[in-house]
Design a protein around this ligand. Structure first.
Ligand code: SAM
Ligand code: SF4
Length: 353
């Protein structure tokens, strides 16, 4: 896969809406979508270099620019007061942030947060799973794009499949709710859709496939590699028989849509189909970068710096004001195109999915 040389951009903040202090209340955007889910990137660094995610040459942000644990806990508390119930930690690779377990313990004490989740590549999970669970983590998504060890190293450029599998098993043993994620790419892992499902189902887990999105100005995206939700479902059906929607009549469980085998409801597959079957009208989330930029939409570069508000001595009402300004400017949806155009300049490795 060709790899582009790009530098992490300074976030496009043009022009941020004015930030004024506002009181507590539910977080509702101008399209009447209620935000209940906050994704926090705790670092822009990663111990892997996945070809579809990370440009070849990147400049990491200086550590002093990262939000401290105290700043993160304060922001999380303000979001929780506004009705956010779920927080997910991501990266880069969240497990490379020093003392992550301490952060999890701090966030787990936030009143109102009923789910504290993390997305990880699993490389150092075997050692961390039990301490993370003890600190209050509840759910874990582990990325595993292939179950072929050589291919795994090729895709991740420095990954180790055996370590990730050991991490998945440690997370299950620790009592964490585990799901597996794979970015679906034609010519990379399209021949492993059934094998990945079998790997997950043998462990009693849900397998989820993510359509590749054109982040990084589309530089890491190739239209011919698009593997859409319909093709993924076909691959599962061809091997295991008919699928039926799991979510029929139920509230959506996030951007993934779930199906299970007609023959066995415990064998479930989820698909996050940002490209071919959009879900923006049900969006309930916002994203905080490691440096404190609040992104109301994954697909656009607009962001407001909560770190600036905090470090200027802002009160909780000022933080609420900045969040309200961000939500007031939240877009109706992304503009990803299958050609690779329409996406943001920001990199997935910096915002965390
Ligand atoms: N390092 C962690 C991991 O890999 O799970 C967390 C951060 S990673 C950016 C979060 C998720 O985004 C992973 O499941 C990854 O496979 C996925 N991802 C990365 N680049 C993507 C892209 N361009 N389109 C869709 N998903 C992507
Ligand atoms: Fe790192 Fe995750 Fe991106 Fe892979 S997908 S480079 S593990 S941040």
């Amino acid at each position: 896969m060709p790899v582009q040389r790009i530098h992490l951009p300074v976030v496009d903040r043009a022009p941020p809406p004015p930030v004024t202090a506002v009181g507590a209340g539910p977080l509702i955007d101008r399209f009447l979508r209620t935000v209940r889910y906050l994704r926090i990137s705790v670092t822009d660094r990663c111990n892997y270099r996945c070809t579809y995610c990370m440009p070849d040459e990147i400049e990491f942000r200086p550590r002093a620019e990262l939000l401290t644990f105290e700043e993160l806990a304060r922001i999380a508390a303000v979001f929780a007061q506004g009705g956010v119930e779920r927080i997910r930690l991501t990266g880069g690779e969240p497990t490379v942030r020093a003392d992550l377990v301490d952060l999890v313990a701090m966030l787990a004490r936030t009143p109102g947060i009923r789910e504290l989740a993390m997305t990880t590549n699993g490389h150092i999970l075997a050692d961390l799973a039990a301490p993370l669970r003890a600190a209050g983590l509840t759910e874990l998504n582990v990325s595993i794009d292939t179950v072929d060890a050589d291919r795994f190293r090729e895709v991740t450029r420095r990954g180790d499949l055996a370590r990730v599998i050991a991490g998945i098993d440690a997370a299950r043993a620790a009592g964490l709710g585990v799901k597996l994620n794979a970015v679906a790419l034609r010519g990379v892992n399209d021949d492993e859709i059934a094998a990945l499902c079998a790997f997950a189902w043998d462990r009693g887990l849900v397998m989820r496939f993510i359509e590749h999105m054109p982040m990084s100005s589309g530089a890491l995206y190739a239209p011919e590699r698009e593997l859409g939700a319909a093709a993924i479902r076909e691959a599962v059906t061809a091997r295991f028989g008919a699928l039926v929607p799991s979510t029929a009549g139920a509230a959506p469980r996030g951007p993934a849509r779930y199906w299970h085998l007609a023959a066995d409801p415990r064998r479930e597959v989820g698909i996050i189909s940002a490209m071919t079957e959009h879900f923006c009208d049900a969006c309930n989330r916002v994203r905080l970068s490691a440096t404190g930029d609040l992104h109301a939409c994954l697909g656009h570069d607009d962001a407001i710096s909560l770190r600036d508000v905090l470090r200027a001595g802002g009160s909780d009402d000022h933080i609420r004001g900045a969040i309200a300004a961000s939500l007031g400017a939240k877009r109706a949806g992304h503009e990803f195109l299958s050609s690779g155009a329409g996406g943001p300049t920001k990199h997935m490795v910096a915002i965390g999915g």
